[in-house]
Ligand binder design. Structure first.
Ligand code: SF4
Ligand code: SF4
Length: 474
């Protein structure tokens, strides 16, 4: 099913599928109020600010995976891609006689560049950020020196389509959630996606059409484009890869295309019953309850702040959590039995879906576990070995990490802490560190993260603003 652009109006609410419904006035989101932008202005506290600007992980792969983690930004592919000057639009525009054929072609080209899922959204003004995205320089200033905010309606008219692309994270690697192995699956897929987006944008400009990024909210655009449905975990859940996808900044374009329509793979029905992500989230950021209406939109609303705050305290062990992605029953290898399960749900009438969901959930819990904790060995990493922190060294100013021993070398279980049942481990580490320093221990991780306090050994000693470990090239 496709919708022609002339069939839509910008005054009607957009169709985002069954998982998200526009029920009231949906105001465009101010880009300067998104989590990273708030953090860049220091509004989320010193630990998170330092995490963003002053982190230098001990893990060398982490240091080349993401510009903020880099000892030298020039070592990261993303830095090169995002800071590269944008090319101009070819004045010799290619005439388009068949938008349907062109849409198929653009999708094939994006797949050739490396996109795993491709969709086209009909742009609605509410999807456009109000204001510009702030440059990543720590000032929080708007691009163009705080000029006038972009007019959402005008932008939606000028660029009626958004090309949404995803790259999938490796299934086996993200089984090591809350571990550097999962981090690498996440970050390097992001780097690949930025390259794919840069290639597609360049190709569109060469064909004589505009390609603009950083202006549209990726989630509503992806829902409208039929890339996936919104899960209880706040993640986009796709048909082939579940929640293990990276969704970058969609390309707004004036190229005449045909828009896709939202997808129904039963996420709405599954999340009503499942709650697997909510019960395993280490910070209780995912609701156990039903949907709420936020900014005129009915959806599951995660507490982004408690999820985000975790990052400042766990950097020595991992960078991105991913637990809610890994435990989701939709996140499975892209195999025939997975396709069969999703197809069976898709073909079940709505009234009978709760029964199908309960059967599928039972199978998932039985064969994949209620809390998947698979041991993953990859390169020189092994999630079955508990990392042990050592004393700080004088030279690097950061706590050194060494590998401990695997209690059972043949165990198939990995250490992905802090799971809720072993959150206490952080308290124990804290107590040990406090005993050494003669301090009073603090509260456990979940409570402390919610309160914005430091609980990791050494986290209190985080370098003050802008005085972190020396980075080259900054
Ligand atoms: S803390 Fe982890 S499990 Fe919870 S919402 Fe954030 S990423 Fe998901
Ligand atoms: S884990 Fe369950 S409740 Fe959470 S997003 Fe996936 S299907 Fe929905």
């Amino acid at each position: 099913m496709v919708t022609k652009i002339d069939e839509q109006t910008t005054t009607d609410p957009p169709d985002l599928g069954r998982s998200v419904r526009v029920v009231g006035r949906w105001e465009p989101v101010d880009a300067s109020n998104t989590p990273h932008e708030k953090n860049k202005r220091g509004e989320l506290g010193k630990p998170l600010f330092n995490w963003y600007f002053n982190r230098t992980p001990k893990d060398a792969l982490s240091r080349i995976s993401f510009p903020q983690s880099a000892a030298d930004r020039r070592h990261t592919l993303q830095n090169a891609v995002t800071r590269a000057p944008k090319g101009s639009v070819n004045p010799e525009k290619v005439a388009v006689t068949d938008p349907k054929a062109l849409t198929r072609h653009i999708k094939r080209v994006a797949s050739f560049f490396g996109a795993d899922v491709v969709g086209i959204a009909a742009v609605h003004p509410s999807m456009i950020y109000s204001g510009s995205r702030a440059p990543d320089d720590g000032t929080g200033a708007q691009e163009g020196g705080g000029g006038p905010k972009a007019d959402s309606t005008e932008m939606a008219k000028k660029y009626p389509f958004a090309i949404c692309l995803c790259t999938a994270w490796d299934y086996n690697l993200i089984q090591a959630h809350r571990h550097h192995i999962g981090d690498h699956a996440y970050h390097f897929s992001q780097a690949k996606l930025q390259l794919v987006y840069a290639n597609v944008a360049a190709y569109i400009r060469e064909l004589g059409y505009e390609a603009v990024q950083n202006r549209v909210q990726c989630m509503p655009a992806a829902l409208a484009a039929g890339i996936g449905e919104l899960g209880r975990n706040g993640m986009l859940i796709t048909e082939k890869f579940g929640a293990r996808v990276h969704l970058g900044d969609p390309i707004l374009t004036n190229m005449p295309l045909i828009a896709d329509t939202p997808l129904d793979i039963g996420v709405e029905d599954f999340c009503n019953v499942c709650r697997k992500c909510a019960t395993t989230c280490p910070t209780n950021s995912i609701p156990m309850e039903g949907k709420v209406v936020h900014n005129g939109v009915e959806k599951y609303k995660i507490n982004w702040e408690t999820c985000y705050r975790l990052r400042a305290y766990v950097l020595d062990f991992w960078e991105v959590c991913l637990t809610c992605v890994t435990v989701c029953p939709y996140t499975k290898p892209n195999t025939w039995w997975r396709t069969m399960a999703v197809e069976s749900l898709k073909r079940t009438p709505f009234a009978l879906r709760p029964l199908t969901v309960r059967a599928l959930k039972f199978l998932d819990d039985t064969f994949w576990g209620k809390v998947p904790r698979r041991r993953v060995r990859w390169l020189n990493y092994d999630s079955g070995i508990l990392p042990v922190k050592k004393e700080r060294t004088e030279t690097n100013g950061a706590a050194a990490e060494t590998h401990g021993e695997a209690p059972d070398p043949d165990s198939k279980v990995g250490y992905y802490y802090p799971l809720k049942e072993n959150t206490r481990r952080f308290e124990i580490m804290r107590e040990r560190a406090s005993r050494t320093k003669g301090e009073v221990p603090k509260a456990g991780l979940a409570r402390a993260v919610q309160a914005g306090a430091a609980v990791m050994p050494g986290a209190d000693d985080a370098p003050s603003v802008r005085q972190g470990p020396a980075k080259n090239g900054h």
